[in-house]
Design a protein around this ligand. Sequence first.
Ligand code: FAD
Length: 419
Amino acid sequence: MDFKPSPEVESLRERIEAFMDEHVYPVEAEAIRAIDDEVKPGVPYPQIVVEIRARAKEQGLWNLFLPDGEYGAGLTNWEYGMLCEQMGRSPVIAPMAFNCSAPDTGNMEILVDHGTDEQKQRFLQPLLDGEIRSCFSMTEPEVSGSDPTTLQTRAELQDGEWVINGHKWFTSGANGADFAIAMVVTDPDAPPYTRASMILVPVDTPGFELIRNVSVMGHDEGPGHCEIRYEDCRVPASNLLGPRQAGFVIAQDRLGPGRIHHCMRAIGTCERAIEMMCRRANERETHGGKLAEKQFIQDFIARSRMETDQARLLTLLAAWKMDTAGKRAARQEISMIKVVAANVVMDVLDRAIQVHGALGMSDDTPLAGMWRFSRMLKVADGPDEVHKMVIARRELNRAAKRAQGEAGQPEQQPAEVTG
Ligand SMILES: Cc1cc2nc3c(=O)[nH]c(=O)nc-3n(C[C@H](O)[C@H](O)[C@H](O)COP(=O)(O)OP(=O)(O)OC[C@H]3O[C@@H](n4cnc5c(N)ncnc54)[C@H](O)[C@@H]3O)c2cc1C
């Protein structure tokens, strides 16, 4: 592998860095507060963020995530990953500034791949233009999100309309969003992985009831992680996204690139935390010397550097494999980076907070906010334990196949696994 970014990607990276120095870091705390205070139904972004986004769009730093050159920058996952690292240094504001934040990115990807012309015009174009936000509504409080074959929310076709009934939560960003992509059971009698479909639901549809922003680690403001009830919520049959019963296939498509993006942003968060940790260690004096001279602190810094670089290499490998051999071939690496990056970012942030003492626990630095924001990575998009389960299963299947081959047996097809 050649780790040198192309001149185009290097130039984009530098421009993003310069943009963040000038327009993001100086107002980061204020913009985060404004998101909490101003976002509400009909208001997707607060004014300060609207202004940052307008500048980014003007400079062409916009929709960088889409590998399809017709709609986005046409970068590979590997190339875009490099840019995500830069954006992850300010994980709430920077992706929003460049119209590159989840869940809009994943929703745009599946609309590009599966949307009809009409759906693209109504739902995709305003997202690409940055006029609206969207959300993805899959997880339900009553059943295990780790095993979406247990989903209960139903959609039934009646008189040319889908009638949706069910209960979702952790529909991130629903407050202030224009529409949801809901994953619902349309064919309850089909085999487990073909029961569900994706349906586009504008949030102003009668029966789409936003109950609350679930409070997450003491935070329930802004776009939120919302609890939603669908009660006889009717949308036209033409709001089906992709083929009927293809919910799982589309969800899986959405997750591969999304995980690379999350992981590379987490690595960017690590880089900022390491920088802050070193700056503090070089400045703060205690017990007759700088913190930087204490071996415990040096251990924090050395481990953080080693782990971050390991995580980056593994993530770039996963992205490269996805680009060169396809999403399916890269499944093992994608599961691995999901676990590795989520744990490394928590460890690095924890050490950076520790080195800052009480200041690290306060919201006077971005560290505590980044810790709260990053903790979800160990749970969302598949908890660590589920990814480890599928990583181990693939290894076991491979070993079983090898053993059968050696014994001259016909090769056994490995059991299908999810993740
Ligand atoms: C901040 C945040 C944002 C989110 N945003 C969205 C969103 O926008 N849209 C959406 O639809 N969902 C979203 N989610 C939900 C997320 O996808 C689910 O939380 C996740 O899939 C886990 O499902 P669950 O919460 O039901 O946990 P469960 O499935 O009940 O699992 C609980 C725990 O059980 C353990 N476990 C589960 N399976 C196994 C196993 N096979 N072996 C061993 N241990 C296991 C794990 O430790 C796991 O954490 C979000 C979650 C968070 C925290």
